[in-house]
Design a protein around this ligand. Sequence first.
Ligand SMILES: [Zn+2]
Length: 99
Amino acid sequence: MTERRCKQIFAKLSEFLDGELAAKDCRQLERHLEGCPPCVAYLESLKATVEACRKYQAPKGPDLSKQVRAALLAALTPPASPKRRMSRWKKSLSRPASR
Ligand SMILES: [Zn+2]
């Protein structure tokens, strides 16, 4: 079940992760997350995406944009089990980039 408020939360999550969200909005967001597992799962995938992008930004190569796009897609696809997806994430992150 996706509430309309979830869309507002989603829109604020990236600001929340960057620490740019106002304290008032932060509290509102955290309160919503307490009662909304889908939003928590989304926040986790967004976190992983942000971290992945930071890692991928360090070395530059022609295949990077493809990898980042694939990683983004994987992170944004709603999974059956967030935990399983996280372990898949770690695997793909530790794998060296193919040339
Ligand atoms: Zn929600």
